[in-house]
Design a protein around this ligand. Sequence first.
Ligand SMILES: *Cc1c(COP(=O)(O)O)cnc(C)c1O
Length: 404
Amino acid sequence: MIQNGKIPFVDLISLHRDLEPELLDVCKRVIETAGFIGGPEVEGFEKEFAEYCGTKYCVGVNSGTDALRFALIAAGVRSGDVVITVPNTFIATTEAISQAGARPDFVDIDKRTFNMDPAELRRYFETRCKFDAGAGRYVHQATGRPVTAVVPVHLYGQMADMDAIVAIAEQYKLTIIEDACQAHGAEYFSKKQNRWLKAGTIGDAAAFSFYPGKNLGACGDAGAVTTNDTEVASQIRILRDHGQARKYHHDLEGFNGRLDALQAGLLSVKLKHLADWNAKRRDAALRYQALFQESAVEVVLPYEPSSSKAVYHLYVVQVENRDHLQAELAQHNIGTGIHYPIPLHLQKAYASLGLGRGSFPVAESAAERILSLPMFPNLLSAAQEHIVEAVDRIVRMGVPAATA
Ligand SMILES: *Cc1c(COP(=O)(O)O)cnc(C)c1O
């Protein structure tokens, strides 16, 4: 897809063009029935998405951020707890932890997959925590706070090393909430269970975002929690709707965090194409790999372990002089992104955590080298050839001495 000589970073326009009649039917149906909140559209999508993932339950909510926050609260994270995640994620992951009343803390990532390094998670417990026999929990030594949950992020559409994370979580009594906001349909081969498992089926609960640019996106904001836990699912149904199971009977203070019926209906239409779109993303990733292998320049490509079937929400390469490459690609009308330029522990919002530069060297060095190239289901091979040629040429020329 080359639009007016430009290759966009993501193309949401051609994706919806073919689906327009079906999407408009949904709008008409919702308007004609005035079924705007809850009802058959929401229940239908929840059932379909649970089936797609392979979980007992799916609860539709307002956004991926809501999904994370509700999952954490429903799974038992309490005010004052510590919840561990990675520094190289979207801030929604840690916002949700803080909004659940907990304090986010981080462990570093694996330098090849960019996902949580299980060895670092283990080291966190071995060096920073102690068992509090009275509480029956592991507590953070310096603050005395109980460390109760871990949020592995399946970043860029590739699942974290869940066998290892589950084993550590069992040993240290941690709840696992998967941040699957970038990983709809991603799979991981569990050696322990000797089978492929989909994102969103392994933890106590998982959060999905249907932000428009995600692999499955709504036409606005939307999200969902998947879980096999009946209690967690029913708790989230209450949390998303002002703490009520029955109208005006509030068991607790909840949130206004429901999934719109309109978005649910639109998502049902799009869900039927998700497997095909993910396959197209994987094809595009293979084409990038083949094209870059022909070029001699130093570009580190995404690493997909044999235990992973990634769905390439993003295609992230690593280069020296990343900012120069990005600026030059923009000159060539090629859109790119950086996910993410500043690790969370170095963000102003988290200055109070007191985690300075050097705290998570792998995440920090990745942030300086990563560049997300165009990636979407309708990305054509001609566009990819053009992109790789441009990268090859720019990297080969190097940075002009004056700006180096
Ligand atoms: C998109 C995203 C979220 C948040 O989802 P929203 O629907 O935008 O609230 C959370 N975590 C990650 C890793 C994401 O990519």
